[in-house]
Design a protein around this ligand. Structure first.
Ligand SMILES: [Zn+2]
Ligand SMILES: [Zn+2]
Ligand SMILES: [Zn+2]
Length: 294
């Protein structure tokens, strides 16, 4: 069964729910649905501590890359994918006031260490923030942030969170249908996510066979590509370009970028329809007609 058939079924199941969510009833071209790149940098960020290379000392803001994450907005609702160590700065810059949840790709430090900054949302939102992730990620988060999940009532200032277990079945958050996509990151099984015509696939070194059908008919692919040289757990630029070509994506943005890639110089060398992402880039999302009309 295709992703869009599944989406259609999910929409039918959710029809009653959808009537209660005004912002869900969007036209396919409504630009109030979008994905903003909060951070486009690799795990150490750019500039990298102690480095004086031309990219790390560049005055071009597009060469300043915070750690990886995105904000998916649906009108006045939305969700984060990952919580980087720079989450507070990213959230302030993107002017996010409230969130419907966080989706995690995997539990590497550069994708989770800003989780405590979710505390601020908890001051304003009555319900715990749902964290959508796989079991292995939940275990890691519980271990890394044990104070946040402790039964000790004397701990006052901590984020209020709850886990929502996901796998590769589609689910709904902030009024949007989300299709998880299995990716391989070195030897680790992780998730990417597709929302409408846009997919976010970072920290990937192999796309397993089962995931290719879920990436068909994309308009925009945000794809991890760390540098030109090969890397054991990430696509390099030429591998990412090959994936974009194979999928025939209209526009691919490379993310999780190391300091080896200067923004303008790299863009000038990339084929048409492929470019480096940068912090603050906002990509409009179109929802399939089945999602809008049914
Ligand atoms: Zn990473
Ligand atoms: Zn550098
Ligand atoms: Zn990683």
């Amino acid at each position: 069964m295709s992703f869009w058939s599944l989406t259609c079924i999910m929409n039918k199941l959710e029809r009653t729910d959808r009537k209660t969510i005004g912002s869900f009833e969007l036209s396919a071209s409504d630009s109030s649905v979008s994905m903003t790149i909060l951070g486009s940098g690799t795990s150490v960020g750019v500039p990298m501590i102690g480095c004086e290379c031309p990219v790390c000392t560049s005055s071009n803001p597009k060469n300043h890359r915070m750690r990886t994450g995105v904000w998916v907005r649906n009108g006045d609702r939305g969700f984060l994918i990952d919580t980087s160590p720079e989450l507070r700065l990213q959230i302030v810059r993107a002017r996010v006031k409230k969130i419907d949840g966080v989706l995690y790709t995997h539990a590497h430090a550069d994708h989770v260490l800003g989780m405590d900054d979710l505390r601020t949302f908890c001051f304003r939102q009555p319900e715990p923030v749902p964290l959508y992730c796989e079991e292995i990620v939940e275990h890691a988060l519980r271990r890394m942030f044990s104070y946040a999940f402790s039964d000790d009532d004397s701990l006052h200032s901590r984020p209020r969170l709850r886990f929502e277990r996901i796998g590769t079945d589609p689910f709904s958050v902030a009024g949007l249908n989300v299709q998880p996509i299995r990716l391989i990151h070195g030897r680790l099984s992780i998730l990417g996510y597709r929302i409408g015509n846009v997919a976010f696939c970072t920290d990937v070194s192999t796309i397993p066979e089962e995931s290719w059908p879920l990436l068909q008919n994309l308009d925009v692919l945000v794809l991890g590509a760390i540098r030109h040289d090969p890397h054991p757990t990430h696509f390099n630029v030429s591998q990412a370009v090959e994936v974009a070509r194979k999928l025939n994506v209209r526009q691919t943005y490379l993310t999780h970028i190391a300091h080896n890639l200067e923004h303008e110089e790299t863009n000038a060398s990339l084929p048409e329809g492929i470019a480096l992402a940068y912090d603050g880039l906002t990509i409009p999302i179109s929802l399939p007609h089945t999602e809008v009309l049914s």
